[in-house]
Write a protein that binds this ligand. Sequence first.
Ligand SMILES: Cc1cc2nc3c(=O)[nH]c(=O)nc-3n(C[C@H](O)[C@H](O)[C@H](O)COP(=O)(O)OP(=O)(O)OC[C@H]3O[C@@H](n4cnc5c(N)ncnc54)[C@H](O)[C@@H]3O)c2cc1C
Length: 480
Amino acid sequence: MLLPTRRTVLPRGPMTTDDSLELRYRARSLWLDGLAGSLTPRPPLPGDVACDVAVVGAGFTGLWTAYYLKRLLPDLKVVVLEREIAGFGPSGRNGGWVSAGIAGSWSVYAKSHGPAAALRAERETYRTVDEIARVTALEGIDCGFVKAGTLAVATSTPQAARLTADLERARRRGLGEEDLRIPDAAELADLVHVPNARLALYSPHCARVDPARLARGLADACETIGVTIYERTEAQEVGRGRVRCREGSVTAAHVIRATESYTTQLPGEHMRYLPLYSLMIATEPLDDRAWSDTGWRDGLTIRDRRLLFFYAQRTVDGRIAIGGRGAPYSLGSPISEASERHRGVRERLERTLRSHFPAAAGAAVTHHWGGPLAVPRDWCMAVGYDVRSGFGWAGGYSGHGVLAANIAGRTLTDLVLGRESDLVTLPWVGHSSRSWEPEPLRFLASRAIVGVLASADRYEDRTDRKARRTALVTPFLQPS
Ligand SMILES: Cc1cc2nc3c(=O)[nH]c(=O)nc-3n(C[C@H](O)[C@H](O)[C@H](O)COP(=O)(O)OP(=O)(O)OC[C@H]3O[C@@H](n4cnc5c(N)ncnc54)[C@H](O)[C@@H]3O)c2cc1C
């Protein structure tokens, strides 16, 4: 369902290819729809090309990698190949949470590298919020970056118990009051008014952005410093030293695969991730009175602690954008535009909007969209680079890639340039997760996760008691 959009103007006269691409790209998210200017793709690969570094994918991972490489070594010839346009994928569609915290499981990394390494990784994510602020300011990327922290709100006893457990675990791991705390009633009232909030946890380590403006601004910044971006150019084979496309081949000393969930569409990579859809809705802009009733501090991101939790932001132009998981994928084509909208998820998000932000209850929902997350079997991100072949990759952020992709880009830069840094010894470097079970097991696992968690949430909302049925899918969930 394509809902009315802000900037989409149906062309007069016969539709050209550019017109239909423009409509298709804008329909992918509120953020892409809201971009000023045209979304006409940059020119495609003109034929065979040789370069130093070829990056496949112009999302955050690919763009940050290209950006830091070129900034550090201006003479390097860096080429980015993108199947659609920069920011077409989840980088241009996400919740806009630049949120710190390990993109994966603390316990998995602590087991492989020790608790001190996991704590160091966590602290690196805190610094990265400020690194993204630094670059957006330096490059003049106007993406609505506001660092006001993040709040998790519990509206039931089981949710409050999970928040308490989160806090106790964080304390055991070495995180202090300055990283995570329970706000008192006055501070909570100063952050937001959520009816029936039983308990909340606040962390200052999060910023809000308009993700498409960040991705597109980053692509422009890359070009300004000399990176070449070819759009509407699909990599058909991403190999060592060479990327084969329909238009020609790119030979490079270093090839970086930055295709996150779409990696599963490449030959031999089908089972690397579970492509799990996350979907969002956005309201029309709210008036000043509604904002004053919600008391929602600008830039603060908000979530709950349901099992299929929601995540929300107050947008730069005064809307509420709220998302959640729960959309099933189809066995034949796990990644498809048909999976980006789902009536059940939309209705659930609308109910959450009304219950948590009553001042927005009457606001029209103008946009509904979504995209695929890349979930590895152990839910842990990885950055990899093979020195002998010059082949690198990063991804598997399990829905936390806005910030993690910046770390990945800086890390890949150091790995490609052979720089010894603190980044290249972080626990996700060289991490490898086993593959998902073969189909139809992966499909059944994803259906079970969504079905069981959704029914557990309904049970907890109804009874205010902890649902025990989640044990059925624990083997497939993220270890804490
Ligand atoms: C609805 C939603 C909400 C989310 N909310 C948040 C959030 O608030 N905070 C957070 O941290 N994370 C969030 N995420 C996850 C986050 O968006 C991703 O982890 C992150 O954007 C991944 O960036 P990437 O560059 O690795 O991949 P992508 O953004 O997927 O970029 C990959 C690019 O590669 C291109 N590509 C694919 N195949 C090929 C090919 N064969 N040849 C050439 N190009 C190709 C694609 O077109 C795409 O542009 C959310 C995701 C979704 C879907």
